[in-house]
Design a protein around this ligand. Structure first.
Ligand code: GLS
Length: 809
């Protein structure tokens, strides 16, 4: 299909505006113009979607089904225009119509159906699967409310609902004809019919799952994939007779019960909530999805015995783990296969990605809840568990290993073990993380079935996270590498390494970064009234707030710098701006206290004349995808300082590296691979390594001793304890670090142990910054070597090592 020209695009948008809103361009609001543009793009992509599906069906290609409770898509207008090759035309058309394109893009709300890295990864992956022309579908829930909007009031986080659909809905194509029904509760009984045993599951509550599809355009291809978002609706119409009897509330009860399933995304990252509604969400979207996949397979005229040859189901963390028993239920109860046949197919069709080693994030469902809500699935899980346990017993003859690998144990269902038993592959998301899974977290399972354990290092959509958000850098890369080939072959960026001693190139690089800083400073002033100094180091830590990510280590270090500046006004020679952005899970009190602390410190420093022009701390409210897109091109230092062994991979680290920021970081997650590419000389490494962390904890860690011995640290922690000019004290955080409180051990994440080395790394970083040539050279090497972290590479790895599907090379 032909590309839009500026004229055809402008005409199409004008027509949409008139048909949908009854308005001429000059009367339309920005929200209306966004909706009209979205509809125009959606139509175009939808047509290609029909063609893609026809082709896939004809060729009988294997399909990938990517299940994730989170897809953190962000904005789509610029992205889709970019992928369709129409961004330039869209900019021109909007300008011709009297709009400022940047303001129009800014008016689109983020589709924030995810918490952080795990959800954003799914969004990057669907882009790459499409670009690599893999027939793939993403599946999730069409939440009414995405991750909450964060407001800072008196220094503290307040959560507001995020209703993205007003405008965001324009991207969705409702598909009521593909509706599925999902049953909760009720009773299960056996029934004999003509000598055959049937399972009858009846009663309880039946909810309708109605798909709303978001069509996904790839880059430089006509291939289109779908992100299918299931909406929950009641089965029964509202009972009008109840209305006429005046029982209004009762009449709408069932409706409300069904709709609550798709109401809101759970706002916890790296933490599981054992709530019945969460389990309902999981089964709701898994059951609808599996019913759909199996139905399509059967409709294509194929027997279920070759289901796994045509379908692979990738589950993003254990959240969709019920895929395993749901496939078994459909194969056995609905298609009449026997257990062995059904198990054989299931275990060849499912693959599981683990995204965390944190104990509080590993899902375990209480048996009582599970049994009541999903009675038939519970029976199947019990059978899977018994058979698995027999296999483990037979292999090891060791009670403690049996206990460790059990699926149902002590009144709980352990979802990770269910995924390991029920799938063909288990992968971690960085080299170190996969190693920890093999050697530690899933050690026994790996001993028994080593062939299942793989690694696929995460990657990011470099077209969005570099080319689209940093257009000047994109032009420079194209110029230096001789073409825009890097957009589909990210390793082409390697060619930049050859320019490390080219003064003109380094100067250009610095110029681009500075212009991005100025742009971000303007944006910050306009949107939140903050004045930033573009001639200071932009030192950034943006990610979810979690103790293991150690924002508090960064804060304690800033306090020590502040104190140094009190002693000696010339202690800081390079002006330094520390930028933070982070949402805390609403129930995570310690994380909320750390946000408060950052704001207290920011206020203290703002009011101290000695800091003026030298030191600034800024907390950026409501950190989200679209804010990251503004900030990352302007960042110079990327803080990736988690306790080694705790961050599975990280993906922000990759985005910063790609945009030329230098990393201050520990050897954790994908930082290890970054270090492998960059060496000590191109990043600022510090801190204990993962095995040293283990060792220290085994030997007995004593933060009090460090507190007593390190005078700088001692003084900074005392200041933190007493608080700053707003009068808020942080004794609780102090206690948590030095002595332990509320039953937690002292300094669980070893901030004190790493403090001295961190301060040294920061000092090295500041000193290097004072030497622009050295800095720009390092920055260039970072960009050049970041191609490995393209999501295209990750998806090619999945295709080759796990899915065994073809892809465009
Ligand atoms: C996470 C990990 O914490 C990140 O390290 C990882 O990069 C991401 C994607 O693999 O998954 N796990 C999680 O629960 N939230 C994440 O962001």
């Amino acid at each position: 299909m032909k590309n839009f020209t500026t004229e055809t695009l402008q005409q199409a948008i004008t027509d949409k505006l008139m048909i949908h809103f009854g308005k001429a361009p000059e009367d339309a609001t920005e929200a209306e113009i966004v909706r009209a543009c979205a509809r125009v793009m959606r139509d175009r992509i939808a047509i290609r979607g029909v063609e893609t599906r026809t082709k896939t069906r004809k060729q009988g290609d294997k399909q990938v089904h990517y299940l994730s409770l989170e897809f953190l898509m962000g904005r789509s207008l610029m992205k889709n225009a970019y992928n369709l090759g129409s961004l330039k035309m869209l900019n021109e058309a909007l300008t011709n119509m009297g709009f400022t394109p940047a303001d129009v893009f800014e008016a689109e709300p983020d589709a924030a159906l995810g918490n952080g890295g795990l959800g954003r990864l799914a969004a990057c992956y669907i882009d790459s699967m499409t670009t690599l022309e893999i027939p793939a579908t993403g599946y999730s829930i069409c939440y009414d409310l995405g991750i909450f909007k964060q407001k800072i009031v008196d220094g503290q986080q307040v959560e507001l609902p995020d209703s993205w659909k007003d405008v965001g809905e324009a991207w969705l194509l409702p598909r009521p004809e593909d509706t599925k029904w999902v049953r909760f509760g009720g009773t299960v009984r056996d029934q004999w019919d003509n000598g055959y045993l049937h399972i009858v599951h009846e009663g309880g509550q039946v909810v309708r799952a109605v798909p709303c599809d978001m069509e996904i355009a790839g880059y430089d291809t006509d291939h289109v994939n779908t992100l299918r978002l299931w909406d929950a609706q009641p089965t029964k119409q509202v009972d009008m007779s109840m209305y006429s009897r005046g029982e209004y509330m009762k009449a709408t009860e069932e409706e409300a019960m069904a709709e609550v399933i798709a109401k809101v995304l759970y706002p916890e990252d790296n933490h599981y909530e054992g709530k019945s509604l969460r389990l309902k969400q999981q089964y709701f979207f898994v059951s609808a999805t599996v019913q759909h996949i199996v139905q399509k397979h059967v409709e294509a005229g194929r027997p279920l015995t070759n289901f796994h040859e045509y379908n692979v189901i990738q589950i993003n963390d254990t959240h969709p783990a019920l895929v395993v028993p749901e496939l078994m239920r459909i194969f056995i109860d609905e298609a009449g296969l026997d257990w062995e046949q059904a198990w054989d197919i299931t275990t060849q069709a499912v693959a599981y990605t683990n995204h965390t080693v944190l104990a509080e994030a590993l899902e375990r469902w209480p048996q009582d809840l599970f049994q009541t809500l999903l009675p038939r699935i519970w029976q199947i899980v019990q059978e899977i568990s018994n058979r698995w346990q027999a296999k483990v017993d037979n292999h090891f003859h060791n009670h403690s290993i049996t206990a460790d690998m059990a699926i149902v144990w002590n009144g709980e269902i352990r979802m990770a073990n269910l995924c390991i038993a029920g799938g063909m592959a288990v992968n971690g998301v960085s080299g170190l993380h996969s190693e920890i899974l093999r050697k530690d977290v899933f050690k026994n399972a790996c001993n028994m079935e080593p062939h299942k354990f793989k690694n696929v290092t995460n990657g990011i959509d470099h077209r969005r996270w570099l080319s689209e958000i940093n257009p000047e850098m994109d032009s420079l890369i194209c110029e230096l590498t001789g073409s825009n080939r890097y957009l589909s072959h990210a390793d082409d960026m390697m060619k930049l390494d050859a320019f490390a001693d080219d003064k003109t190139v380094l100067a250009k690089l610095a110029e681009i970064k500075h212009a991005n800083k100025v742009r971000f400073a303007k944006h910050a002033k306009k949107t939140r009234g903050v004045i930033l100094n573009p001639d200071s180091i932009f030192d950034v830590q943006v990610k979810r707030l979690h103790e293991y990510k150690r924002q508090l280590l960064n804060v304690v270090h800033i306090i020590s710098l502040y104190q140094k500046l009190q002693d000696d006004p010339n202690a800081i020679t390079v002006p330094h701006t520390f930028l933070f952005g982070a949402k805390a899970a609403p129930g995570y009190q310690v994380a909320k206290r750390i946000i408060h602390l950052i704001n207290s410190l920011s206020d203290e420093i703002d009011h101290n004349p000695a800091c003026k022009g030298k030191l600034q701390v800024v907390f950026l409210e409501n950190y989200r995808v679209s804010l990251a897109e503004q900030l990352i091109p302007a960042s110079e230092v990327s803080q990736q300082i988690s306790t080694a062994g705790k961050e599975a991979s990280g993906t922000g680290n990759m985005k910063f590296m790609m945009n030329g920021a230098l990393t201050v970081g520990t050897l954790d997650g994908a930082n290890v691979e970054m270090h492998g590419l960059l060496g000590d000389e191109n990043m600022f490494l510090f801190g204990l390594h993962a095995h040293e962390v283990e060792q220290l904890i085994r030997d007995g860690y004593d933060p009090q001793r460090i507190y007593q011995e390190n005078a700088t640290l001692h003084r900074a922690l005392d200041a933190l304890r007493n608080g700053f000019r707003d009068g808020v004290r942080y004794d609780d955080l102090y206690q948590r670090l030095v002595y332990g409180n509320h039953g937690s051990c002292a300094d669980e994440y070893l901030l004190l142990a790493d403090f001295a080395d961190y301060a040294k790394a920061e000092a090295r970083m500041s000193a290097t910054y004072a030497d622009p040539t050295a800095w720009n050279k390092m920055s260039l090497h970072n960009i050049a070597r970041s191609g490995l972290f393209s999501a295209d590479r990750s998806i090619a790895d999945y295709a080759e090592t796990i899915w065994h599907t073809n892809y465009r090379k």
